[in-house]
Design a protein. Sequence first.
Length: 397
Amino acid sequence: MSNALPDTHRDHLPRVSARPPRRRAVAGVILLGALAGLAWFALRGGRRPPVPAPTLTVAGDAVTLEENAPQWSYLELAVAEEKPALSPPPAPGRVTFDEKRSAAAGSPLPGRVEQVQVRLGDQVKSGDRLFAIRSGALADLDREFEQARNEVTAKTRIAQRARELVALRAAPEKDQLEAEEDLRQAQLALKAATAKRESLNATLDDDTHFWVTAPRGGTVVELDVSPGLEVGPDRDKPLLRLSNIDEVLVLADLQEQDAYDLAVGSPVTIQTPTGDVTRPGVVEQVSQVVDPQRHTVEVRVRAQNADHALRPNAFVEVSLAPDPARRRVRVPGEAVVSDGKRSVVFVTHDAGRLERVPVTVGRRRDGEVELQDGLAPGTRYVAKGAILLLNQIDLAS
């Protein structure tokens, strides 16, 4: 008996697929979807992947870095130490004359300048003629002098006559007293007129013409007179100034931060721009006021000038040497940063903790900064990368 089924029943049997790999791919997609759903469910349930701990924290003026913080690669630490004080850069200066070794000349009477005998920079001796003036007031002065002299002569005769009459008892004694008082007044007037003529410091040519002469020997360092100029004793500025320039003054302008430890008596070196004249000088005065426009401090220096190589009004450079015994903490320029109100550095006392501290800045030169206060010798500080730490504090505030 045959086990074969009829053809009519064979078509109703379930068919076996001929491509099993496609079924496995579908199963993989379902599995991935399930895993994604589980992950989504886990997030919805509040469970998150672990977050790494921060390596930098900011608290007030301090930044704390963990040992593995990447910021360490941008920082450099150093130990503060004292060194000789920095010398300030050369300061511009101007040669001028010493007022104590100078004298001014002007016109003692109103008039017009007719002739000028000297030029700027000339050497003159005491009594030399400087400039000539024609003045009508000179005749008035002479007339006043002659009147005073004649008055004394007349009063002298009257007083003598009064004494003779009193001696003969021909006149009362009070007449003699009055005559002698009149004589004293006349003598005082003559003395005043004589002093006025002598104070002219001039040589008279005639009744209307005189020469103003040098009150002392020296060099003409200022000249503000020319023929035809109307002059008089009420003029504010002198017509001419003479000065002995065997010693001169140099007025130098130092930046405010460069003059803080400069003292009277400090040695300096004066040099012309071309370098052909170099000589020592001594600080005579340091101004107590800062120029409001230029923020500079004027320093007055005295120098010997027997050869007259330092000419008044010439520009020079003044180099100042600080006291070699004075020492200051010096740090690299990038170690000092500004937070807008003050200068600060970052110091470290504990491992990883860098604290901002204010400092008082002195001179800056050749990439270094001199600190007057705020950083003690032996303190570890951030020599490089301080601006990075300051930015971190600013971001956290």
